[in-house]
Design a protein around this ligand. Structure first.
Ligand code: UDX
Length: 437
């Protein structure tokens, strides 16, 4: 297998690290990927990829000869100069980003090693500057990731942009990082900037996308009051190229490993400098309230929820993943139980991951089983199989065929025809037709 250019080092083979390692190998680079967990490294060396990401396993197998997985920092430092740091930066209790893993990586690099620390992990603006102050012998480049779960491989290979941030003195390091992406050709427009701006680009992009979602969710709530349909409103708004049509799907709010964490991290970062980021405070609050609105919609039809059996369809934070991080289902099930409801749930893949987090929720092994005897259903995650369900048969099995479609995923007219009372988000409620016998 031929290889191009210099070797790429990857630190941390979680989801971002593994996708980064696989894709750089696919682009023809030799990759050395290091993780501190021996079981993970052994499994990956055997070709066992525990992360579900379309195309990833095949890509790792196809490029097996180009990728070495190791626990040894020495092997990594000997084999590669450019070290893509892909460790977790989860939120702390204060909402700041936890940089302990990043600091542990920096501590392992020598004082004057000649290596380039390339930061892929999402870090607060200012992190690069403080690492450079601490380790003047280390070159530092910020190269944030913009990958979406479920399309991460495609996102890497066909990026909207690649951001490479470096400060004075690190121009050569930035050239070397940019060169790694050169095989992407025209696709990966490389945006060269300084470190602090690169760090802010990542946080601001995610915060803006979250703002778009909270904005359309508030528009949806107003649509319900004035008789409009948020889908139509989003279509009309999105046709304006200055607005754009993506990320205008109203629903019960955003979740996942990035948006909640990054919005909070940016708000805290601003707060720590003495600036109150008013808009983001509202974005977060709207997202929290949006999940809770489902309770009001159910109460409108059912009155008190005490003793009512509510079926949640979907638990993962979005379809095609078993990721439960910041999933709306967590807040929703707790709120429903807080109102005295009995909660039963079904998810095509996330049940194993969700069960320990939702110990008092009954898990069903099919959508129909979850709906059986339920007083209402809430569609939480827009899994494809929910569209194909025999809803007329489901209506027969429910104690009351009432559905709150938290993702505006189902066709309201078809659901009414199947015998359901239908409530979406920012859509007009559809009563089920009265049965003529
Ligand atoms: C996101 C960013 O898109 C990515 O660039 C970043 O690197 C990581 O965070 P991801 O978390 O995988 O990626 O999910 P994404 O598909 O962006 O959706 C995030 C959440 O927003 C989901 O809960 C989704 O249901 C919700 N969402 C998305 C909406 O409610 N409405 C929309 O219009 C779009």
């Amino acid at each position: 297998m031929s290889e191009r250019g210099e070797a790429v080092g990857v630190i941390g083979v979680g989801w971002v690290g593994l996708v980064t390692a696989a894709c750089f190998a696919e682009l023809g680079h030799r990759v050395i990927a290091r993780d501190i967990v021996p079981e993970k490294v052994e499994a990956l060396t055997r070709g066992d990829v525990a992360i579900h990401e379309p195309g990833l396993t095949e890509m790792i197998h196809r490029n097996a000869e180009r990728i070495t997985f190791t626990t040894s920092m020495e092997e990594l430092l000997e084999g590669a100069r450019l070290l893509f740091t892909c460790v977790d930066t989860p939120p702390t209790y204060s909402g700041d980003a936890d940089l302990s893993r990043v600091r542990a990586v920096v501590a392992e690099l020598g004082e004057d090693s000649g290596h380039v620390l390339v930061m892929k992990s999402t870090v607060p603006a200012g992190t690069g500057e403080s690492i450079r102050r601490d380790r003047p012998g280390l070159s530092y480049v910020s190269c944030p990731e913009f990958l979406k779960e479920g399309t991460a491989v495609a996102d890497f290979m066909h990026p909207d942009r690649v951001v490479v941030g470096a400060d004075a003195g690190d121009e050569e390091a930035a050239d070397a990082v940019a060169a790694l992406y050169a095989p992407l050709g025209e696709e990966g427009e490389i945006l060269r900037t300084d470190v602090a701006s690169a760090e802010m680009i990542k946080l601001a992009s995610n915060a803006f996308l979250a703002t778009k979602i909270s904005f359309i969710n508030e528009i949806a709530n107003v649509c319900e009051e004035v008789g409009a349909d948020v889908g139509e409103v989003a279509r009309g708004m999105g046709a304006d190229t200055r607005i754009g049509s993506s990320f205008l799907r109203a629903g019960i709010g955003y979740g996942g490993s990035c948006f909640p964490k990054d919005v909070s991290a940016l708000k805290m970062l601003a707060g720590n400098t003495g600036y109150h980021f008013q808009l983001l405070t509202s974005v977060i609050e709207v997202n929290e309230l949006q999940k809770r609105r489902v309770v009001g919609k159910l109460e409108k039809h059912l009155g008190s929820l005490i003793g009512k059996r509510i079926a949640l369809l979907g638990l993962a934070f979005k379809p095609d993943t078993d990721d439960m991080r910041e999933a709306s289902s967590l807040v929703l099930s707790a709120r429903l139980q807080g109102e005295g409801a009995e909660v039963v749930a079904y998810d095509p893949v996330a049940v194993e991951r969700a069960s320990p987090m939702l110990t008092s929720v009954e898990m069903a092994d099919s959508a129909i089983a979850a709906l059986e005897g339920a007083d209402a259903a809430v569609l939480v995650t827009e899994w494809g199989e929910f569209r194909d369900l025999d809803w007329a048969a489901a209506a027969e099995k429910m104690a009351r065929p009432l559905i709150v479609d938290g993702r505006n995923f189902l066709d309201p007219t078809a659901m009414a025809a199947a015998g359901f009372e239908y409530e979406g988000i920012g859509r007009q409620a559809r009563p089920a037709p009265t049965k003529v016998s």
